[in-house]
Design a protein around this ligand. Structure first.
Ligand code: NCD
Ligand code: ZN
Ligand code: ZN
Length: 345
């Protein structure tokens, strides 16, 4: 196959940041994607409906002329979140999900949840109205090895939350283990899972062998090869519960290439070319559209996009190494193999 036309993709987990960074990196997503679930981990976080509305306006104002892109807003769950505010923001159509960060688990998560009992009233209200909960699924206990934090979260936090809150619709964000794949498969259609582009490409050796590669460091951290293969199998399986959430998470180079480097891979620029290459490697190009453009809207109960994009196979596409933003340069994820699939708008 040398030509593939699919519905325009959506990104169900995206960091757009704010200010100069937002301006600089938004075109990298709006070029190819119709919609994205926008992560609320700004400083300070996007907690209330009013804050989400204001952030949405800033995103729309930063869009390149003529771009057709719809930001789907989320609220950052805190122990003080008001269930009525969440319900109102969902009813107005502004907010499509609530994001739960265990406090301390990842970038800008200090305002996240410590005591899960404190957010029970919000979760119960969300179950009633069908509003999805997006989860950064890692425990933060210092005695749990960082490579085990996702699997332990499933047993200690996710499964108890789901049992205690029947009907709660949950997205396991950026899954990185075969344990998460298996857990997602054990549930019905109230449970979905996003998979990033980079976790289909790298394992932990990419980060650590031959010197530390800070641009491959993200959270959850990439695991051993068997987990990467489980993610590839899940993403290309055609199962509706698995869909694309790039978790494209820009940090300026000065903060990535640092003694205490930030977590996050920036993949917005070349994500679709990488995914086409991965699905081709797996003999599953016919399932790419399900993963990028159909399964996500189905979970979020939104119509799939009518617009299309075409990918054509040819000589390797050269993407920029870095995106220059007003906040500083951001390194684009290097998949380490040539990208033959060109994305034509
Ligand atoms: N994935 C990351 O490594 N970083 C994300 C936060 C997150 O999604 O956990 C970020 O905001 O930089
Ligand atoms: Zn996360
Ligand atoms: Zn993220």
């Amino acid at each position: 196959m040398t030509k593939l036309t699919i519905r325009r993709p959506d990104d169900w987990h995206l960091h757009l940041r704010d200010g100069e960074m937002l301006k600089g990196i938004l075109p990298e997503t709006s070029r190819h994607f119709a919609r994205a679930i926008i992560m609320p981990n700004l400083v300070p976080p996007v907690v209330t409906g009013d804050q989400a509305a204001a952030y949405r306006d800033r995103i729309l104002a930063a869009l390149p002329e003529g771009a057709a892109f719809e930001p789907l807003m989320t609220l950052y769950l805190t122990e003080a979140t008001d269930p009525a505010d969440v319900a109102a923001a969902a009813a107005s159509g502004l907010v499509k999900a609530v994001k739960l960060y265990p406090a301390g688990a990842t970038t800008n998560s200090h305002s996240g949840v410590r005591d899960f009992d404190k957010v029970r009233p919000v979760l119960e209200r969300m179950a009633e109205i069908g509003l999805p909960l997006c989860l950064h699924g890692e425990v933060t206990d210092s005695d749990v090895d960082i490579f085990d934090r996702e699997a332990v979260f499933i047993d200690r936090v996710l499964d108890p939350i789901r049992r205690a809150t029947p009907g709660l619709r949950v997205v396991m964000e950026h899954i990185t283990t075969s344990d998460a794949v298996a857990y997602a498969r054990s549930a019905g259609d109230d449970l979905g899972a996003t998979i990033t582009t980079h976790h289909l490409v790298i394992n932990r050796n990419h980060i650590l062998v031959g010197g530390i590669k800070p641009h491959y460091y993200c959270l959850p951290v990439a695991k051993r090869e068997s987990h990467r293969l489980a993610l590839r199998e899940a993403a290309t399986s055609g199962e509706a519960r698995f869909f694309l959430g790039t978790d494209s998470a820009p940090h300026i180079d000065a903060l990535k290439e640092h003694a205490c480097g930030c977590a996050g891979c920036f993949t917005a620029t070349n994500t679709l070319s990488i995914l086409a290459e991965v699905f081709e490697q797996e003999g599953a190009l016919d399932r790419l559209e399900g993963f990028t453009s159909l399964n996500g809207p189905r979970f979020y109960r939104l119509p799939p996009n009518e617009a299309q994009i075409t990918l054509t196979r040819g000589a390797p596409v050269i993407y920029p190494d870095k995106i220059q933003t007003g906040a500083g340069p951001v390194t684009v994820f290097d998949p380490g193999f040539p990208l033959h699939w060109h994305v034509n708008n």
